[in-house]
Design a protein around this ligand. Structure first.
Ligand code: T5A
Length: 226
């Protein structure tokens, strides 16, 4: 299904805490593979050995005292390593890359959450991404309180909330609004998924969007003048 010589596709899953991104990233990769599409699953922060080291430090909250600008730069450093070592090689090999969080998380968390100047964040995005852009971004939307409750019910929650889960409800509501604003500003790249529904319904909605936005297009491009 991946046409020989063709570049792969980057699909990113974004949204607030506990919206179901990790659950549906795994399910999406499984479905793409069932269709015969070569696909890898990766995540941010992390997704490469160097970026996973930065993930541990960032999510421990040790870097919060440096302030939102320094924290944003560290997320950017992790992203550069992840792109160079994991994302670009897979895209060059024609694979689909399904990424659990990406650059919109910096826009939302460090922008709306950390209240950084949008010009600073745009400059950081230019430096970290270069010309790379996701072909499709799925924005998982769920009321902040519901997402936090779901995150709190995961087995890993026993270790206590991480750096951002520990922020108050008002922060998480600002995040939700920031993700919806990104989707509204870039409707060609983004699709909002109502993630408050049961898991099966959300999975079907994800498959429908990927099929209509990416797979149908890939099929059309294989047949000139179709
Ligand atoms: N961050 C990240 C930044 O600040 N800047 C950045 O640039 C980047 C990249 C990463 C943190 O770093 C921040 C954002 C984050 O705070 P993380 O550990 O990678 O943190 O985890 P998150 O991505 O935050 O994962 P979340 O906690 O948001 O959860 P998910 O992945 O959205 O949700 P998931 O799939 O784990 O599901 C949560 C629970 O809900 C259930 C699942 O089974 C699970 O138990 N569930 C459902 N329950 C009911 N109905 C449904 N439809 C359900 N779907 C899933």
């Amino acid at each position: 299904m991946n046409p020989p010589g063709a570049r792969g596709c980057l699909i990113t899953l974004e949204g607030g805490e506990g919206a179901g991104k990790s659950t549906h990233a795994i399910r999406l990769v499984r479905w793409l593979r069932q269709l015969g599409i070569k696909a890898i699953l990766t995540r941010e922060p992390g997704g490469s050995p160097g970026a996973e080291v930065l993930r541990r430090v960032l999510l421990s909250g040790q870097m919060a005292s440096l302030g939102p600008a320094a924290e944003a730069i560290l997320f950017g450093a992790a992203r550069v390593d992840h792109i160079d070592r994991t994302v670009e090689p897979a895209l060059s090999a024609g694979k689909f890359v399904v990424c659990d969080r990406f650059s919109d998380s910096t826009r939302a968390y460090q922008g709306a959450g950390g209240r950084l100047d949008p010009r600073f964040l745009r400059a950081l995005e230019r430096v970290t991404l270069g010309s790379l852009r996701p072909a499709l971004t799925l924005i998982f939307d769920v009321p902040a309180a519901e997402g936090l409750a779901r995150a709190g019910r995961r087995p890993s929650a026993a270790a206590g909330p991480d750096r951002f889960e520990a922020e108050d409800l008002e922060f998480h509501e600002r995040l939700r609004a920031a993700f919806l604003a990104i989707a509204a500003a870039e409707p060609g790249r983004c699709a909002v998924i109502n993630a408050a529904r049961p898991e099966e319904e959300v999975a079907q909605a994800v498959r429908d969007v990927v099929a209509s936005r990416l797979l149908a297009k890939a099929e059309r491009e294989k047949v000139p003048n179709a």
